[in-house]
Design a protein around this ligand. Sequence first.
Ligand SMILES: [Cu+2]
Length: 571
Amino acid sequence: MTKSSLMARITSTGRGLLLATAIGLADATPAAAQEMDHAAHMMRDMAGGWRMPPMDPNMPMIPGLEMALPPVEPFLAAAGIDVMTLPEARPGEVVHLEAGDTFNVDVTIVRRTLNGHTAAMYGYNGQYPGPLIQAPQGSTVVVRVTNRIESPTTVHWHGLRLENRFDGVETLTQDPIQVGESFTYELRVPDAGMFWYHPHMREDVQQDLGLYGNLLVNSPDPDYYGPAHREEMLVLDDILMDDQGFIPWGKEAPTHALMGRFGNVMLVNGVTGHGLQVRPGEVVRFFMTNVANTRTFNVTFGSARVKLVASDVGRFEREDWVSSVVIAPAERYVVDVVFPEQGEVAIANTIQAINHFRGEFYPHVDTLALVTVAGPRVADDVTEAHATLRGIEEVAAEAEAMRAHLGRAPDYTLEATVRVQGLPLPIIRSMEMDTLYIPPMEWNDAMPMMNWLSSGTQVTWILRDLATGRENGDIHWTFQRGDLVKIRVFNSPESFHPMNHPIHVHGQRFVVLARDDTPNDNMVWKDTAIVPVGSTMDILVEMSNPGDWMLHCHIAEHLSAGMMFHFTVED
Ligand SMILES: [Cu+2]
């Protein structure tokens, strides 16, 4: 490609200078770059354990990085164990618990086959996803967890306003569950909705290897949601593989510390090629959970009519028609969907991907699941009811009370930023050119090589309390039970490499009051919400649950790279 055609592209996309131009790659043809990649790849295979993640052939190698490796040891599950001796994982089962029931969960090493590769992964009770635990709202159920994998673990019950000592946060609320040991969690579930559970230690490895499951809390109100013919789960995930299997994880610290580990194989409910059959006119309620390390999905449902109903900790003030659902790591959304016509509909991740080297966006669609719409048409009361949008008065009344806080100054302002130390010089050089276009959302890994090479030992992601200048673990806030605390999160675009952050508050619920000073006119109780680059998000946290809790970014690699602190709610 000539420089003039590159410039034409720049002009047409309206973006700044190209990274490729900045680092002298403008004249490298993709073919030459590919050859270079290949040679480097072969050398690296011999270098002992690390394999370079597969790259888009449109992205040339950065000079000076051909032989670079992450500064940590490679890790794969159950290394040295014959994978065929491991028990084969099974699809997740549904477990109905009543108040006081006890359920045993073993965390085990399993055999899985993904994309044609058989390898060791982890599973809760040997299942993918882990068991779907159902419990009635207001109950307390007991889950006894036994660690039978090769490293210490804990289980965090994401979104539950449970008793603090069962929150599953390593060192803060419990000691790690050592190999062979057990921990008994008592789960109080005051809120209806779809929650989930996962480890709170090295999530970048353990969760990615399959440790996640849903917990559905059922309201006693049969009309809590509108009518639907059936309910389906969509647990959204991705995993990074090449033609030999999984790209190893970092042993002592995560790789991919800059942007998090994006996968290149999409998984729904733990499998590739998830499919379901529905009849025309059938109303399907989908409970979506994003369990990916870092990927935010923009989920589309083809021509189907999609009604947005609920999110993390309850229902929206009013149902709404949407064309897609943006779901960040750890978020949940509930949609009621009607597929009107016979045929095949792809549930897809539909994004504008970015290529930093060419300074351009390109549309990218990954099919997540295939819906076959066939059989006789359904046209009953349920189908008819789907055409109506409901308002939820109870939630609207709560939201109205929250809106009284719109006009006042935030109690705390957090700035999200990043600091790096000891990254390879070519990475520093190419990123300091200040020529990179930084999108508000990183929908894809637009710099896989640089990202892979950055480890948690070199990158510190930061939440900074602007009033005190304190950062991450040096921040400590104390509240009284009942406080309504307004927190502003500003995602600074002025850092080495800014990125969107899904902010998660443990043990409490909050509403998003406003984004960039625009009030939120359809609130829902949340436990996680994403802040795009350059954006400001105001949340109002209801400090309803006493204890020592964590606030952190839910990108697994960002959490490991420091992006968290604790706060206390006194009774
Ligand atoms: Cu983050």
